[in-house]
Every structure is written in structure tokens, then in C-alpha cells.
Design a protein around this ligand. Structure first.
Ligand code: ZN
Length: 250
């Protein structure tokens, strides 16, 4: 269980992580709050995948940044790329205002994201500049190419920067987009779930009234049920080493 607010369920703690100052180029140990980047491919990915956790982390005194790899340029049928980007940027900014987090936009294009040396560099430099303690991004097994690419770019930065931040994965639209996802950590988002819905509904162009209840609403309930709370979000933590006693503990 990721414990972000003294929740009753015991387990591994997101915030009990080892700081990375001694391990990597980007690491800066902070005396007080941690810094968390939630990196999604499109506007509404951080909100739907980890919006409740982002707000719980914020309430616990940590700094949270919502990073959008694209501005959702192809997300409004019949609308041009530039106009869609303008509309969806404004929607993401509204959602971030509700969540109390800072939005940050990268420069890839929705539906045409790339893995190139320059794109690796862009993600690397963003993380180097922001110096996060924790990054939460897309699970790599996903039906949306942009999600897969976002995940790969973050993983590469993690490797190249000496694994100097804790890496977690979120799920979006489970079963349809994110697949084969077996969580290691859960967060009780019940206290902020109404705000998570409100933030997601800022993305009016995506018509959340047509899918929230059936997709992310059910996920919020299912992940909550698994840990005996009303609403939850689930994550996979990338462990840097195998557990002691594992057959792989060579
Ligand atoms: Zn997406």
C-alpha cells in the first residue's frame, strides 16, 4: 500500500523511499517534501490514472507536477491540431488548478509520438531539470502507442540517470488500454475522489460523461475494494533489485 496519508492499510510506502542523492546525477535530497512527476502521454492521463494519488500526495506536503508529453492534438475529431492543442491545454490547466498541481507540457504530437535520440534526450533533460524523487508514468503494456512510447522514454531516462528516482507505473482504461497490470501498491483516494472526478471532467472535449463511470469509475471502485476502502488507485513499483530469498537473488 502506498501510504500517503497515514492510511490504515500497511505495506510498502511510496514516501518511505530512499532518496537518490548519492546514486545519480539528478538526485538532490530534500529535507522536507518530496517532488513527484506524473508523466502522461495526453491531457487526462495523469488525472485518470493517478489524480487521486496526486492530490493525496499534495495534501501530505509534497510537490506534484502533472507532465503532458503531448497536448492531445488529435483528440477532438473534426478539429485541427493547433486548435485541439489550445483547447486541451486549457482543459489540462483547469484540471491542474483543481488538483493543486503544476502542469508541464512537452513537445510531442498526439498520435505521432516518436522514439528518437532527440526524444530520449528531451525526456532525460526534463527529468534532469525537475529533479524528481518519484516518477509515475504509463505501464508499458498498453494498446495506445503514445502511452507505450511515453513509458519507454521514462524508463530510458531512469536507466541513464542511474535509477536516481523511484519509478512507479499507473494504469489507464484498464483492460482496454493498460493490460497485464498486476499492482504492487495501492492508494486510498476516498477523501479526494470527488475532486478527481471534477478534475477529469475539466476535459470536456473528451466527453467524460460518456465513459468515466464505465471505465475509470469502475477502476476506482475495484482498486478500492481490493484494499477494503471505498475508492483506490493502483500502481506497479519498479524494484531495483529482487527480493532477498528470491530464486533470482543470486
Ligand atoms: Zn492517453
Amino acid at each position: 500500500m502506498l501510504k500517503v496519508s497515514g492510511a490504515a492499510v500497511a505495506g510498502a510506502s511510496l514516501l518511505g523511499l530512499e532518496a537518490c542523492a548519492s546514486e545519480g546525477a539528478a538526485g538532490v535530497r530534500k529535507a522536507a517534501g518530496k517532488k513527484i512527476l506524473v508523466i502522461g502521454a495526453h491531457p487526462d492521463d495523469p488525472e485518470t490514472g493517478a489524480g487521486g494519488t496526486m492530490m493525496m500526495l499534495k495534501k501530505a506536503g509534497h510537490e506534484v507536477v502533472s507532465v503532458y508529453m503531448t497536448r492531445g492534438e488529435r483528440g477532438i475529431p473534426g478539429t485541427g491540431l493547433e486548435e485541439s492543442a489550445r483547447i486541451r491545454t486549457a482543459e489540462a490547466e483547469d484540471a491542474c488548478r483543481i488538483m493543486g498541481v503544476r502542469p508541464l507540457f512537452m513537445t510531442q504530437i498526439d498520435g505521432a509520438s516518436e522514439i528518437t535520440p532527440q526524444r530520449y534526450e528531451e525526456m532525460h533533460n526534463l527529468i534532469l531539470t525537475e529533479k524528481p524523487d518519484i516518477v509515475i508514468t504509463h505501464w508499458p503494456i498498453d494498446s495506445h502507442r503514445d502511452h507505450v512510447i511515453c513509458s519507454a522514454l521514462v524508463l530510458d531516462a531512469w536507466e541513464k540517470l542511474g535509477k536516481c528516482f523511484e519509478l512507479y507505473y499507473f494504469e489507464v482504461c484498464a483492460g482496454i488500454q493498460t493490460r497485464h497490470f498486476f499492482p504492487t501498491d495501492f492508494v486510498d483516494i476516498t477523501p479526494v475522489r470527488d475532486l478527481k472526478v471534477k478534475a477529469t471532467f475539466c476535459h470536456k472535449s473528451q466527453k467524460p460523461e460518456e465513459w468515466y463511470d464505465e471505465e475509470h469509475g469502475r477502476m476506482d471502485e475495484f482498486r478500492g475494494m481490493q484494499y477494503n476502502v471505498k475508492y483506490g488507485e493502483a500502481f506497479v513499483r519498479f524494484h531495483r533489485t529482487v527480493a532477498k530469498g528470491s530464486v533470482l537473488d543470486l
